[in-house]
Design a protein around this ligand. Sequence first.
Ligand SMILES: Nc1ncnc2c1ncn2[C@@H]1O[C@H](COP(=O)(O)OP(=O)(O)OP(=O)(O)O)[C@@H](O)[C@H]1O
Ligand SMILES: O=c1ccn([C@@H]2O[C@H](COP(=O)(O)O)[C@@H](O)[C@H]2O)c(=O)[nH]1
Length: 253
Amino acid sequence: MSLAEDVNAYMHAHNILEITQAAIKSAVKQRSPTPAQVMAEHLLAAHRKSQPKRPLVAFVLGGPGAGKGTQCAKIVESLGFVHLSAGDLLREERKSGSAQGAMIDEFIKEGKIVPVEVTIKLLLAAIEKADRLHNSKLFLVDGFPRNTNNLAGWQKTVGDTLLLGGVLVYNVEERILEERLLERGKSSGRTDDNIESIKKRFNTFKSETTPVIEYYKCLDLVHEFDGARSIDEVWTDTKSTVQAMVAKYESEN
Ligand SMILES: Nc1ncnc2c1ncn2[C@@H]1O[C@H](COP(=O)(O)OP(=O)(O)OP(=O)(O)O)[C@@H](O)[C@H]1O
Ligand SMILES: O=c1ccn([C@@H]2O[C@H](COP(=O)(O)O)[C@@H](O)[C@H]2O)c(=O)[nH]1
């Protein structure tokens, strides 16, 4: 085969003429003074659309008792996300009775952050299972990343294989959080819904989780909510934010 034939065959096999013509059309349509830029953007968008969809992840953060789980349940019900609570996964793992289970138990009671390798392994296994069994593409990761070590672990292990659409952050003052958690503690059976653990969890949130939120603010990924309002008021804002996040994801992927 000659070089010209080879080139022709390649162009035909990969629709290069059609792709290039569409890029040229979009530059001409816009009468852009920078056609190369418009064409490059068009080609990139076309490439992204042709790739298999990366799952979308939204992190959900806020102090203990801020209403993360409550809002996540509503997002699942109304917008079809899969909810993965890092705390729930750790509590489930704790039941295993292994040495790791005992370690998790101790960390939870003390309000300390479990080593990132343990949490990421549980999160990724749950994401892979939901993707494989139900082709789920929308995930809420609730209560993670809890500190900068979690953040680094996520970036190293997950990188760009999942698309971070945003970080939902619920702000509530400690006085209200304490009331909510003590009330929840009457029936939750959680070993950390007592005043000693609650104080420790507040300290961990302030010293370790706040820097993570600040980091994502710098990337313009944070959506903050006043979580002290009624559940329905918080939901109204949450819903419109998450709907916009999904719409952007669907249009770009
Ligand atoms: N907006 C709200 N107003 C009043 N009570 C609320 C509100 N949101 C949640 N609650 C109640 O506060 C308690 C804590 O809520 P939730 O479990 O959703 O918080 P969380 O942030 O997931 O907590 P944690 O981090 O400890 O798991 C629950 O008993 C819940 O019913
Ligand atoms: O990424 C995480 C998430 C949670 N933990 C530990 O679990 C408890 C309870 O978490 P909730 O989100 O309130 O259910 C938390 O205080 C940590 O001890 C963790 O280590 N890493």
